[in-house]
Design a protein around this ligand. Structure first.
Ligand SMILES: [Fe+2]
Length: 257
């Protein structure tokens, strides 16, 4: 990849561009997906054996009631959604840096751990990053019934943040933003670089704030003229893979750099 240049920009043109800092993406989940993940979670939490088997809290920093792994069968139901959004993210990320995938290559998405986060009054998630992956996400499944009343009060304050998630990058600057505070709504889905710091603030209403997260590894693969993969990049340690490697239809179009 060479240097960015604007030699073809027409006279008088104005082009904002965003070469620095991490990109995030928001998507709204279909309500059927939210319903399915809630139904799945409601079933798991009634099953003592499953709770024990799927407990993921030792691997996570959250000061929370429960963090439970999502099994492959449930996750596979939502693969079309994930593949579309993540493909879009990678493509946008490349284009905002004025670059494209190299000739005869594509990407494959390796879905790693995915887990449900159950948060109740007073609980929180300290500032952290996700390791051994490239992208992470959070999707909101449920909020306490009276959270809007709590927020109404909180928003009378100078810095409302109860039950919000905040993303933090780099250091402060007069002309750039280094934190983003988000008030979640059921159905919100955020995709972000795994090493982007984030934290979740406590709330005090009765009821559950439920979300899920997932870690994703992106591998660039070489493909031949027939569209077959020639080599797989297995150089990185895979924690465990919950998808069957790669699929051609997940790949981005290959274009010259
Ligand atoms: Fe996280």
């Amino acid at each position: 990849m060479g240097a960015v240049n604007f030699q073809n920009a027409p006279e008088g043109s104005v082009t904002p561009f965003f070469p620095f800092g991490p990109m995030m993406m928001h998507a709204k989940m279909p309500s059927s997906m939210v319903r399915s993940l809630n139904k799945y979670t409601n079933k798991i939490i009634k099953d003592k054996e499953k709770i024990k088997k799927l407990d993921h809290s030792d691997k996570l920093v959250g000061k929370l009631k429960q963090e439970l792994l999502i099994e492959e069968k449930e996750l596979n139901r939502h693969m079309d959604f994930f593949n579309t959004i993540i493909g879009n993210f990678v493509q946008t990320e490349l284009s905002r840096h004025f670059t494209k995938l190299a000739d005869s290559t594509g990407i494959s998405l390796n879905y790693k751990a995915a887990w449900i986060v159950r948060q109740f009054a007073g609980e929180f998630n300290p500032v952290h990053i996700h390791t051994s992956c490239d992208l992470s996400c959070v999707g909101y499944l449920k909020l306490p019934e009276k959270i809007n009343e709590e927020w109404e009060e909180d928003y009378k304050d100078h810095h409302p943040c109860k039950g919000h998630i905040e993303f933090i990058h780099g250091s402060s600057g007069k002309m750039h933003q280094h934190t983003t505070l988000i008030r979640p709504t059921v159905g919100d889905f955020f995709l972000f670089p795994a090493d982007l710091m984030h934290t979740v603030y406590p709330f005090y209403s009765d009821g559950e704030r439920r979300s899920f997260s997932m870690n994703i590894q992106i591998d660039q693969q070489k493909i031949n003229e027939k569209g077959e993969v020639e080599s797989l990049d297995n150089s990185r340690e895979h924690g465990y893979s919950i998808s069957s490697g790669w699929k051609l239809d997940w790949m981005l179009p290959t274009k010259k750099i």
